[in-house]
Design a protein around this ligand. Sequence first.
Ligand code: ADP
Length: 500
Amino acid sequence: MATLALDPRLSTVTASFVNGKHSMLIDGQFVSAASGKTFPVYNPADGEVICEVPEAEAADADRAVRAARKAFDSGPWSKMTPSERSRMIWKLADLFEQHAEEFAELESLDNGKPVSVARVADVPLAVDLFRYMGGWSTKLLGNTIPLSAGLNFHAYTMREPIGVVAQIIPWNFPLLMAAWKLGPALATGCTVVLKLAEQTPLSGLRLAELIQEAGFPAGVVNILTGFGEGAGAPLAQHDLVDKVAFTGSTEVGKLIAKAATGNLKKVTLELGGKSPAIIFPDADMDVAIAGAASAVFFNQGQCCCAGSRLLAHDSVFDQVVEGVSNIAGRIRMGPGLDPATELGPLVSQEQFERVTGYIDSGTKQGAKIAAGGKRHTDRGYFVQPTVIKDVKPDMKVVEEEIFGPVVTAQSFSTDADLERLAAQANDTIYGLAASVWTRDISTAHKMARKIRAGTVWVNCHNVFDAALPFGGYKQSGWGREMGAEVLNNYTELKAVTIKL
Ligand code: ADP
């Protein structure tokens, strides 16, 4: 393949990986798609093609599932002790950490995000997730259960791996999403077919090399590159798959749930959000304003839990809108690989059109732009951080997930009535997250109870930890990722009853 002129800021080792031949990992081998087809990967900062990767289709998905099935049913993996599994996962984490800088560069090149952010967020969080999950292999406990059926019984429960897991991930945190998915699957002893997002396959393909180096037996982890319908749908439908774990849009989540009905495979879904950031008048305003800005502009707003609906008390509303708008105006935009960049481009032309389309729909429906609202430069997929005010609850910009650096600002005036405010916060089909900004501990706890979402942050937003469960109420999903809870989603519970 011709060597492409890549960004000179990339290290030689990363540039040589990107310019190398890219293969998928199936059954312990690096392979091309059965059809030989490839597709281009784009640099979001300039729209240029950076490399080609294999285009997996149903035949490749089938091959990968069969390899995972064999590895689960009869491979050496199925005979490993919990502590051997732990050590292998920790070895992967160590290798991953040794190559942290490469991963930060790949993530920035492929997704567009600032390399400075990938270094302190995506990569260390992913490494930590593997370490945390590796520790769980030896702690998957059951209970002994006293039976009233009679005293001459001994009964206990045990957790067993669910089996072959298909995992389909999005492009907003390519590496972190791979870690969230692979970590618990490996800790519990499952085998995996992971399909990377078509927009951002590079860090996952590099991770595949480290998975081989760490010594996971053939077929335990299979990694595919390809499109949703071509490679994702055959995985979700496959009869030899025991569980599908999906992160992405609510629309596709519903398709996955339908596709899974054929063999009633287990399904977990981490889907969209329209999370409120709620600012009370007693909040520390400097902290709240900076926090509300970061809640929505972090990762170019491409977070399922982005604080995309700003709700501020009417006594501080103008101050909050002005403060967030000032921050929006000051954020330094540029290519992710520029170390000074604070906000990079969106991931793709499609997302660029989607986000600018939403901004246009807001202004057409009568909303006002308080900051941003435009494209930044004429190359790449940059959209200015945008604050929209004068919105009404039924506008598309308020109701729908935009998935870009765009926040709508609404006021509330319920001094005494938290019930009405909670109803406003909960007035969405989603229930992924919310943040509450107040100095009143009582208000904080009351709101935490009233909000129908899987995560409530108080005086912070976008705080993640491998130990904290994450997932959605309502149409934001099924099940939880991370924490101890995720292990239930990767295991079956068996009750054993013995007549003595
Ligand atoms: P986005 O709209 O943000 O790109 P999607 O939900 O479309 O998010 O995609 C998330 C992941 O789901 C990607 O890996 C994509 O390839 C995959 N995907 C898309 N459509 C399907 C489908 N019909 N079946 C299975 N996977 C799909």
